[in-house]
Design a protein. Structure first.
Lengths: 314, 1002
């Protein structure tokens, strides 16, 4: 409890770059409050193993109890998320909350389930059990139109996944027009704006093949942004890039963070995580082994596995 | 080496003579050519026409008789319009000899010094009219009339008027008498029988006509002349379409079945043809001398030098041949059976076979493509062999043989096997009922007819009967041990057998190992050589026969195949069989007479042999139990027969040149209700064939006439011959009309109408004479594609092929996409389990069976009851087929799209369908475009099997041309080129398309 408060205070006092808006700060304060409420859940987590065992076959009711009452500034709530591929239990009960405007960085050793967790948030992976509530709706519920939910959750992949048979502009316009979000003209205007923002207006009518990796990833990001999502999910957005291109992508993401976008980022870029994230999560053995603001996370890691991990990557 | 009694030798010689005479009697036992012991072959020994330049006068019997020499390339023949011209050519030595009527030739030789008439007649013929045998009354009247005409020299003057010397000809025309007449006698003739029956200035003239006119004048009746094929004259008398038949100088041999039903009048004309040669008046007798001796010297001694001789291992033939082998003049192949040696000879693996005379005669009788050289090789004695020193048995056996010789038993036994046809088998040796003590074991080699061979599973033959007789004499039980010839002596020596009896010649070498009994008969070694003419049905042995699948020819040939005498190649079209014959892939084709004739007409390198194979009736076939229609059709046929419609239809197609095409059947203008679907195979001219794109022919006209009678619409379905019965059975057609013979087997599946015409199976063989005559390339091109607008078959076919391909691929794409979607959805989400199972089953079945079968099953199975256009059938079949392949192409195309693309789409909020349609499919399409196009190309080529349901696609178009021009190469090449061009165009389109799509991503 003490810790949490300190976290919140610390967060407020952190020297944010000048560009960070007042609004952001406000959101952060709210986030701090939400963090307060999350502590009940955290208390339970003190014995994660027991909890995990108890609810291995956990029901929704069980998970709902853990989340507690809805909060307005909470964007995503995850409770007792479990996922296995065959016999391989990848996620063994993940419970966390992501507030609006929060930037969460996910780190962990390869194969620990970061991508699986991230992809569970927009149901690219269907969880075996547990709840993922997005803006108050349990998206694991079969009655929910997942497509509608996904419209508000942008996702960026390691491999960009641009549509090679369409021009850059078409790539961006496709979803908004197809889904009736915008007219063609509106979409075109939006695309032009976004391309101008990342300085690729001249490539509007080029095909993805002719772009560099960094350019492709930035297009992929604005393609997701074109849908005006409420949250952006990044799965190692820079891992497939040549080192000299990493910067341009990271700075775009940083800009986004500064504009108040809620983001969950799986990354191996520790420096970037420390700089941009509000909270860093370490996933190990299918559970969140440690989550803290970056200073504490990197400055005073508690979990021995995290210490070990950090000693290797830093 | 050979030791024999003179009497036995003479006996054997007499027997050989008898046999030869018998052969000739059989060969020349024809109704009109009365050979009476003297015949062509023997005369040919006097003056051999072979290899000579022979002159004949057109329109004479001589011409008819010499023609075969030319047709078989034995002689080259020059034809002259007048005797004078022919004689001039002879005296100027442009030709070696002339063949003319006896009276003419005598006149010629008297007028021209140096022209020598060969004493022996070249041919001698007597002419008689033929009548149905139960028409005794007319026969008697005619015979009386003929006698009158002979007595008052009318016959003589008629004959002279047509076949006399140049001076006599045309001088004494017979004048029809101006009298009152009652009744009509119809005379059936063939008008290609100059000078006996032919057409001049639109009227029938000739000896036969004039004589018959004279007869009619005496009988006070009208004479009506009806023209038919020479082969049909006899049957038209039997069928009572004519009262009297005159075959003129036709060399046609009347079938035995028919012969039973006809009788002949007295002789009204004779023709004796003689040969004249020319020696210049100065004493210079060389040319004729030379020519006369040539054949004899050829026969004098067979030159073994450099030849390969076939013999049976261990026989005397082997011994003689070994001498040649040892001094290096010849190679010797040794076979364990004489039959194998003969087989090898037939296959030309060896040049000749040396064999004992009687077995050789046996083989030659059964194999007309081999012959025995006249000069025998050696004479030799046959004796039994016994273990050396077994004096007691030897004496007993010798005593028995002596007795059998003396009481005539031995001669009887031999006559029973190698006598004349009458003698043969007439007096088989009867085992006597005597008391028997002990067993006599006889070793033999039962592959040496007629001395020993297996008949009905029993070892029989001269030697065996004789041994039985010996045993009867000795009072012993006979036990026969069959073994290889070269084991016999060893077996006797080893005591395994008491006596060897195997047509064994006594030789010094053998005497060293065994004792021989007294000789019991004499034999000769003869040489058999290859003689590759087929000229009778018997010659089919060992030949490869081509037939059209499912025809009666096939049925007959199959008999030969089953008993191992011949090989059979089955073609789906008669034209293909003929083609194969032309290319010498087969030796002959058995085919219905009329189609055979039209093939031969168009191909002068093949010919029909004179002897017909069988007679048979053509009838329509109907679905079993459809008695209502059957009765109606039979009634219609009856009516058409009676009112002459059928005969006028037939005459329109197979009459004389004048008659042909003159009386086409005119479709009647009647009210029609319902449709009669007729299945046929339009590759069987003149019964049914494609002409100018229409299916026409005798059967089709008859069917039109039947439909006119029944008041129905005629619809013709063209298909493969062996599909017709199935089609009728399946109800796809109401009637099958395809020159179909009524057979027992077919009757089991369909009902037949009454026969509407008679046909024969004939044998077509290669005609050596006309090999060289071929069209050049441009002429061929013209013939195949330009004449009669034949290119239209290709163009129309191409249209059909393209249409079927396009429509099929459309169905394939639609259905294939559906299947691919089901399969992909199942793969990705695990949904649609049942649908996926169905799709998988479908793919397995379609991809696991030949497309031809699918097509046939859909045609006969699925659409059997429904009357749909064949194009629809093909489109459905190929559509279903290609769907299976397209589905897998699409599925793998989808799978080849990166999974990330799918996820990216879904993450943007697009639904599964939207992602599929706007992101995955466009990319998948690009991936699968080449494979899809390959599928189109494969399908295009696959449609070539449309012919199986007789759909006229491109390939079938080529086939139609092929069946009309008998040129396989050009139509096939043209079709191939067209396919190739389309494929190249398609490939090109895809390359361009692919490039354009690629460009889009840059
Ligand atoms: N579709 C799948 N089927 C089976 N196993 C899977 C599947 N996806 C992931 N896994 C397994 O789940 C585990 C977690 O995978 P995940 O991709 O979430 O790891 P990660 O933490 O993202 O690793 P990395 O840092 O290498 O990206 C891994 O062991 C992986 O092999
Ligand atoms: Mg990952």
């Amino acid at each position: 409890m003490k810790n949490k408060k300190k976290n919140a205070a610390g967060k407020a006092e952190v020297n944010k770059p000048a560009s960070k808006t007042e609004e952001k700060k406000l959101t952060l304060e709210k986030a701090a409050e939400s963090a307060e409420t999350a502590k009940e859940a955290a208390a339970e987590r003190t014995a994660p193993d027991n909890a995990g065992k108890a609810s291995d076959s956990g029901s929704k009711a069980n998970a709902r109890e853990k989340i507690g009452p809805d909060k307005k500034d909470v964007l995503i709530e995850v409770a007792d998320l479990r996922k296995s591929f065959g016999d391989h239990k990848v996620l063994r009960g993940i419970t966390t909350t992501i507030s609006k405007g929060e930037v969460v960085a996910l780190i962990g050793p390869s194969g620990c389930g970061k991508s699986t967790f991230l992809r569970s948030l927009n149901l690219l992976e269907t969880p075996d059990s547990g709840i993922v509530r997005f803006e108050g709706t349990d998206i694991t519920d079969k009655c929910v139109d997942i497509n509608k939910m996904r419209e508000k959750m942008g996702m960026v992949f390691q491999q960009f996944n641009l549509f090679p048979n369409m021009t850059i502009k078409k790539n961006i316009m496709l979803a908004p027009v197809k889904l009736g979000k915008m007219t063609k003209e509106q979409a075109e205007k939006k695309a032009d704006e976004l391309l101008a923002r990342i300085g690729l207006s001249d490539k509007a009518n080029a095909y993805p093949m002719s772009l560099s990796g960094g350019q492709k990833q930035r297009v992929a990001i604005v393609r997701a942004l074109a849908m005006n999502p409420d949250v952006m999910l990044f799965d190692e957005p820079t891992s497939a890039l040549d080192p000299e291109m990493v910067g341009e992508v990271l700075s775009l993401i940083k800009d986004l963070a500064n504009s108040g976008m809620t983001m969950v980022i799986v990354t191996h870029e520790m420096g970037f995580a420390r700089e941009v994230a509000d909270r860093v999560m370490f996933i190990n053995d299918g559970v969140i082994a440690e989550e803290n603001p970056p200073e504490e996370f990197f400055g005073a890691p508690q979990n021995p596995r995290l210490k070990d991990f950090l000693s290797k990557v830093l | 080496m050979v030791n024999s009694s003179r009497t036995k030798r003479t006996a054997a010689a007499i027997m050989a003579l008898l046999l030869t005479a018998l052969c000739f009697t059989v060969l020349f036992n024809t109704p009109l050519v009365y050979a009476e012991g003297e015949n062509d072959t023997q005369q040919a020994e006097e003056y051999e026409l072979s290899g000579k330049n022979v002159g004949v006068q057109l329109g004479t019997v001589g011409e008819l008789r010499v023609r075969p020499y030319e047709e078989t390339s034995r002689s080259s023949v020059e034809y002259f319009y007048s005797q004078a011209e022919a004689v001039r050519a002879l005296t100027e030595k442009r030709i070696d000899c002339i063949v003319l009527d006896e009276s003419s030739i005598m006149a010629v030789s008297q007028q021209n010094e140096g022209v020598n008439v060969i004493e022996k007649e070249f041919s001698m013929e007597e002419y008689r009219f033929l009548l149905k045998s139960d028409n005794k009354e007319l026969l008697n009247k005619m015979n009386k009339a003929l006698k009158t005409l002979k007595d008052n020299k009318t016959l003589e003057s008629i004959v002279k008027n047509y076949a006399g010397t140049d001076a006599e000809k045309g001088k004494t025309p017979y004048k029809k008498k101006d009298i009152e007449r009652t009744g009509t006698i119809t005379l059936a003739v063939n008008t290609s029988m100059k000078p006996y029956a032919y057409i001049e200035n639109g009227t029938f003239v000739g000896i036969d006509i004039d004589v018959m006119q004279a007869v009619c004048d005496i009988l006070k009746t009208e004479l009506a002349v009806t023209v038919t094929d020479k082969e049909r004259i006899a049957s038209s008398v039997v069928w009572e379409t004519a009262d009297v038949g005159a075959m003129g100088a036709s060399d046609y041999k009347i079938h035995n079945d028919v012969k039973k039903e006809i009788s002949f009048t007295g002789v009204y004309a004779t023709s004796v043809q003689k040969i004249a040669t020319y020696t210049e008046p100065e004493p210079e007798p060389e040319p004729s001398e030379e020519t006369e001796e040539e054949p004899a010297s050829e026969e004098a001694a067979y030159d073994f030098k450099g030849k390969t001789i076939g013999v049976q291992l261990g026989t005397t033939g082997d011994i003689y041949a070994t001498d040649y082998e040892d001094d290096g003049t010849a190679k010797v192949e040794r076979y364990s059976k004489a039959a194998d040696a003969v087989q090898a000879l037939k296959q030309k693996k060896i040049d000749c076979v040396i064999l004992d005379e009687q077995p050789a005669l046996n083989f030659v009788q059964r194999n007309k493509d081999i012959k025995i050289l006249k000069k025998e090789f050696t004479l030799e004695d046959y004796a039994l062999c016994l273990k050396k020193g077994n004096k007691e048995l030897l004496d007993k056996v010798n005593a028995a043989i002596k007795k059998l010789k003396e009481d005539g038993t031995l001669a009887k036994i031999i006559t029973n096997y190698i006598g004349t046809d009458e003698e043969k088998g007439a007096a088989p040796y009867e085992k006597k009922d005597v008391k028997r003590n002990g067993t006599l074991v006889v070793a033999t080699n039962a592959e040496f007819p007629p001395y020993e061979y297996v008949d009905n599973g029993k070892i029989t033959g001269i030697d065996m009967d004789m041994m039985q007789a010996v045993c009867d004499e000795l009072g012993m039980e006979l036990k026969i041990e069959n073994m290889k010839f070269d084991s016999i002596i060893a077996a006797v020596n080893a005591g395994k057998a008491d006596i060897g009896a195997a047509g064994m010649t006594v030789t010094d070498e053998r005497k060293k190992n065994v004792d021989f009994s007294d000789s019991y008969t004499t034999s000769k070694q003869v040489i058999i050589v290859f003689d590759d003419e087929i000229d009778s049905v018997d010659d089919l042995i060992g030949k490869t026969i081509g037939v059209q699948l499912g025809t009666t020819g096939d049925i007959y040939a199959t008999d030969y195949e089953n008993d191992g005498t011949a090989k059979v190649e089955r073609y789906s079209k008669a034209a293909d069989a003929v083609q194969a014959l032309k290319q010498k892939k087969i030796d002959c084709v058995i085919l219905d007479e009329q189609p055979a004739k039209s093939f031969v007409l168009k191909n002068n390198d093949i010919r029909i042999i004179d002897e017909e194979f069988t007679l048979e009736d053509y009838a329509l076939c109907l679905k079993k139990g459809n008695t209502e229609l059957l009765d109606k059709i039979n009634a219609a046929l009856k009516k058409l027969k009676e009112d002459g419609t059928i005969s006028s239809i037939i005459t329109n197609y197979i009459g004389t040149d004048e008659e042909k095409g003159k009386s086409p059947y005119q479709k009647k203008n009647v009210e029609r209700q319902g449709t009669l679907v007729v299945a046929t195979n339009a590759e069987f001219p003149p019964y049914e064939y494609v002409d100018n794109g229409n299916i026409v022919g005798i059967d089709m006209d008859i069917m039109q006439a039947v439909c006119d009678e029944l008041g129905m619409e005629l619809k013709i379905e063209n298909m493969k011959f062996d599909s017709i019965i199935a089609a009728v059975d399946a109800g796809k057609a109401d009637v099958g009309a395809a020159g179909m013979t009524v057979t027992e087997e077919r009757k089991k599946n369909v009902d037949f109408s009454d026969p509407y015409t008679t046909s024969k199976q004939v044998i077509i063989i290669h005609n050596k004479e006309a090999d060289g005559e071929t069209l050049n390339f441009w002429e061929k091109l013209r013939q195949n594609f330009i004449d009669q607008d034949r290119w239209r078959y290709l163009l129309d076919g191409l249209g059909t092929t393209l249409m079927i391909t396009a429509l099929s691929i459309l169905i394939g794409l639609l259905l294939g996409t559906l299947i691919a979607v089901v399969r992909t959805v199942h793969d990705q989400n695990g949904k649609l389990v049942i649908l996926n199972f169905i799709c998988k089953l479908y793919l397995t079945i379609i991809r696991g069976t030949p497309a031809v079968l699918q097509l046939l099953i859909i045609y006969y199975g699925v659409f059997s009851a429904v009357d749909v256009s064949k194009i629809v059938v093909a489109v459905v079949a190929f559509g279903l087929n290609s769907a299976a392949y397209v589905a897998e192409v699409i599925r793998s195309g989808i799978n080849a799209v990166d999974k990330g693309q799918f996820e990216a789409g879904r993450c943007l909020g697009l639904s599964y369908k939207q992602t599929m349609s706007s992101i995955i499919m466009p990319q998948a399409f690009k991936n699968m475009l080449p494979a899809l196009l390959n599928e189109v190309i494969a399908l295009l080529k696959e449609t070539a099997i449309c012919g199986y349901i007789a759909l006229q696609d491109l390939t079938m178009g080529g086939d139609i041309i092929r069946s009309q021009t008998f040129d396989a190469f050009l139509p096939l090449i043209a079709v191939a080129i067209i396919y190739l061009i389309i494929v190249i165009i398609l490939t090109r389109i895809v390359t361009v398309l692919e490039r354009r799509l690629k460009k889009n991503e840059k």
